[in-house]
Design a protein around this ligand. Sequence first.
Ligand code: 5GP
Length: 119
Amino acid sequence: MHEYDDDNIFLKIINHEIPCDKIFENDDFLCFRDIAPQAPIHLLLVSKNKKVPSLANVVKEDASWLGEMIVLSTQIAKDQGLDLSGYRLVINCGHEAGQTVYHLHLHIIGGKKLSGSMT
Ligand code: 5GP
């Protein structure tokens, strides 16, 4: 399991040390465009105050804010006009899944017909 690294890029974005193309923000969450989009709409949703590196680090007490984050992602997807066309939520967990930033985040991907392959 990864330790949380305070040098990670998403924490810098949250702390306004690095700019982002912001889509949504409230006290708890920030959503911004991925810098290397895999689809016409490719957003990243992060908690602003939970320093959890990866899904592998999650414990039962995280259920509430993780649930909130998923519900919020559906609202953001709707605001982006994706609710009827469809979209994909992705959480990469660890090296073999391709996780590169160790601040837990949700990808919201849509705006085109996505590949049927999950791997
Ligand atoms: P992961 O592979 O960890 O699931 O996803 C990390 C994502 O963060 C990648 O899709 C990558 O393109 C994106 N990313 C990496 N650095 C930056 C950055 O500085 N700004 C933004 N907006 N996205 C980034």
